[in-house]
Design a binder for this molecule. Sequence first.
Ligand SMILES: [Fe+2]
Length: 334
Amino acid sequence: MTAPADTLPFPPGRPSDYLPLADEPTFDPGQHLALEMPSETTDLATLGYQESDLADCASSFAVSNAFRILSREGVAAMRHVCDQIYHNRNANEGTGANRLGSYARGAGYRSQFIRDFCDSPELAAHLSDIAGVPLGRHSVPAVACGINYAPEDISRAIDTWHVDSVAFDIVMMITDPSVLKGGEFQYFHGTKQEGQALLGITGEEGVDTALPEDRVVTIPFPEAGFGFMQQGTMIFHRACRLLERADRITMIPSFEVLPANAPDSTNTLNMADWDDPGICPELARHEIWRTQARLESLLGEIALEDHPAELSARINAAIGRLVSFSDKLEKKSS
Ligand SMILES: [Fe+2]
C-alpha cells in the first residue's frame, strides 16, 4: 500500500448555511470500509488520448469499473447521514448551465462521519494504488465530499454530459442500485474534445442530449457501497435521468495529486463561478498552498549560475496559477 502524503487540513469553521448533524455515527475505517481493487481499468490512450495529452496528466489511468468501498455497515451509516443532509442540501441550481439536479457539496461541513471517511488515509492510499500516483483528499471542501440526490423532477438528468473540475473522483452508490429504472452512470468512450465537439459544447458545461450509443459505456453497480474511480478532468460523463421515481444517492469524494508541488489540474477558474458558500476562500487556500509548495521546491533549486530569463520563467511557472486565480477574483468583484 502506498504511504499517504499529507493534504491541506480542512479550514476552521463552517459556512453558516451548512448545518451540522446532531445524530451521526463515528467513522471507523475497520468497521465501515471494505476496500477492494477494481477488476478492470481503462487508460487514457485506449480512449484516444495522444502522447501530448498524456504529458499534462499525472497518471495514464482513465476510469475503473465499480469496486467495493464501504462495508454493509458502512453503507447503512452513510445512508443515515446522507438522508439527513438531504434536508440541508444546496439551495441553488448547480454549476454551469444548471447542471446538477439535487445535491450537497461540502458535505464534510455538515457531517463529521463524511469528513472522516473522505479524509481517511486508508481510502487515499487505496485510490493512489489504483491511479498509480499519490492522491490525497481534495483540499477544496466543496468537492472533497459531494452528494448527488435524485432531482424532484425526474424528467431532469441527474447530471448532464460534462467533465469534472477535479483530477480524480469516485462515484459511490449509497442506495440500492438494483431497484433503479434509469439513473445509469455513463461515460463517452473517446476523448473529451471529441465528445464535446459531438454535442457542440466547450469547457465543463453540461448538456442533456444523447451521444452515439456505440460510443457510450454504462458502468454497472453491483450493490450499494460500490463505486468507481475516474480521472474526472479527462472523462466525458453523465448520470442519466430516472425513468421511475426512486431513491438514488451517490457520493462523489474528490482527490488531488500529491505532493502539493506536483502538477495540478484542478479547474479553480471554473469553480470560482460556483455559488457554494465559502467557495472562493476554499479555492484561494488551495492555490496558495500549492503555490507555496512550488516556491519552496524552486527555492531549493536556484543556482548562482542561473540566467535571468530562466529564473523569470521558473518563477512565473511557480506563481502563474495563483496570479490567474487572483485576476479571476478581481474580475468577479468588479
Ligand atoms: Fe462529474
